[in-house]
Design a protein around this ligand. Structure first.
Ligand code: SF4
Length: 152
């Protein structure tokens, strides 16, 4: 029998306390969707070497694909550049995707790593713009379908 494709899931959506405040974003719809499927929790910000809790970061301009090519940075509120950590974390998740043959990722909406379609604009004013987080952008570039919990 063919192996079922793996689904990557933002670990915070599954109740893992890895978000920047040290909490989680447990989502029942996500749990219900994956419970009978082959899934792997992932947290790119932790894989990038960041701690929990940590300062909430945003992408200058909100577009993760521009971070990946070095055009813009991911910054913390005090201006600290964490682009390297975000890129490393995304690359580690891509490695997991390749190892497991993942074809779909269900990621946390609006996050500078995991967001898909909309992210915050980098001014720390809760303003959303069109764009993907750094991980979402990298997965899309590698042919992996990305959804958020809001799409379920
Ligand atoms: Fe959740 Fe993604 Fe943020 Fe990790 S990086 S806490 S998985 S939104």
């Amino acid at each position: 029998m063919a192996k079922e494709p793996t689904i990557l899931v933002s670990a915070c959506l599954l109740g893992v306390n890895c978000d920047y405040k040290g909490g989680n974003r447990l989502n029942q719809k996500v749990l219900d969707f994956v419970k009978d499927k082959n899934f792997i929790p992932v947290c790119p910000e932790i894989y990038g070497g960041q701690s929990t809790p940590r300062p909430g970061a945003e992408i200058n301009g909100g577009q993760g694909d521009r971070v990946l090519i070095g055009e813009v940075k991911v910054v913390e509120p005090d201006g600290t550049d964490v682009s390297g950590e975000f890129i490393k974390g995304a690359q580690e998740v891509l490695q997991i995707a390749k190892l497991t043959g993942a074809t779909l990722a269900i990621l946390k909406a609006k996050s500078p790593s995991c967001g898909h379609g909309k992210t915050y604009d980098g001014n720390f004013s809760r303003t959303l713009v069109e764009g993907n987080g750094v991980l979402a952008a990298l997965l899309l570039q590698n042919g992996i379908k990305v959804m958020t919990e809001e799409d379920l």
